[in-house]
Design a protein around this ligand. Structure first.
Ligand code: ADE
Length: 309
């Protein structure tokens, strides 16, 4: 697969897309990225790429002829051409999968106050937004799109198993991951994770993921499965009605708010590790939904910790 990014700031896009996992994927020839300077197609000695808006108003508008000339250098019959702008179709995982099936994706990065509407009307297949906020330009959006799509390509992550699991897991946020040390500054990990009981671990993770989803992204929450009635004999045998393993607020972040349905307390909004760390409030919270698979390290931790503790 190939991506071509048309931008006024090719160096801004080239750097991140040459680094880390994507850089290695490109070097291995798993996909290609071309970054092209729109200004190379600017007009006159000064390579002008924008002009004042017809009808008046503030700001400058990117010219359609400049964009068209740049696009003509990369477009092929099979190309899917995107324009990044805040008023576009919201980018999501489904769209990432859709694009990963395309042989060639061209991304035009919008800039300035706007871009001549004829680009949208005549030159592109889709306008894409990465969220309901306004960036200074479409370059970050282009990088987000390339990253989300490229990681779906065979071989790029180097761990096909996690991708396979990802496409079959239920929607919603991920369960929390923990690794060594088992205790850090008095912060404990959930006991169940070192129980060595894989069934209980799986049940705990399922409920922790649901609790986080209900609290942080209720729009992604699925209806609760009906709990199978537990026989009295089973409860007597284990001495456990199942409740003690369920995630506590300390383990899920935001569970309390989720349970009583009230507004989230401040701690619940630890959406980023930085927020929690700044307050010294707790370990970094779990990552969001799509890096879901239990990692070999976590499994190893479980396996190593369980017998000795
Ligand atoms: N350009 C500026 N803001 C944007 C956004 N949210 N998504 C895509 N492109 C943009």
């Amino acid at each position: 697969m190939r991506f071509d990014v048309l931008t006024l700031f090719p160096e801004m896009v080239e750097g991140p897309l040459s680094t880390s996992i994507l850089g290695r994927g490109r070097e291995a020839g798993l996909f290609e990225v071309g970054c092209h300077d729109l200004r190379a197609h600017g007009l006159g000695r000064h390579k002008v790429v924008d002009d004042t808006p017809y009808g008046g108003g503030s700001g400058m508008v990117m010219r359609v002829d400049v964009v068209d000339a740049a696009l003509a250098t990369v477009r092929r019959p099979e190309s899917r051409v995107l324009l990044t702008e805040p008023s576009g179709r919201r980018f999501d995982q489904a769209m990432a999968r859709e694009l990963a099936a395309c042989p060639h994706v061209v991304i035009i990065c919008g800039h300035y106050e706007g871009i001549d509407a004829r680009v949208r009307e005549h030159l592109v297949d889709d306008c894409v937004s990465i969220g309901d906020y306004v960036l200074t330009g479409g370059e970050y959006a282009a990088m987000v799109i390339v990253d989300a799509v490229a990681r779906l390509l065979p071989g790029v992550l180097g761990n096909e198993g996690s991708l396979a699991e990802e496409s079959f897991t239920r929607p919603g946020l991920e369960y929390p991951h923990y690794t060594r040390p088992r205790t850090y500054r008095g912060w404990e990990i959930p006991e169940v994770l070192v129980s060595g009981n894989h069934g209980r671990v799986a049940a705990w993770r399922e409920e922790a993921a649901r609790a986080r989803t209900r609290a942080i992204r209720p729009d992604l929450a699925l209806p609760e499965p009906e709990a199978p009635p537990k026989s009295r004999r089973a409860a007597r045998r284990t001495g456990n009605d199942g409740a003690r393993d369920l995630p506590t607020k300390a383990h899920t972040v935001a569970t309390a708010a989720d349970l009583d349905g009230s507004a989230l307390p401040t701690e619940s909004l630890d959406a980023t590790p930085g927020e929690a760390l700044r307050r010294g409030a707790g370990p970094p919270p779990p990552q969001a939904a799509h890096d879901a698979a239990p990692t070999p390290q976590v499994r190893a931790t479980l396996d190593e910790d369980a017998p000795s503790e």
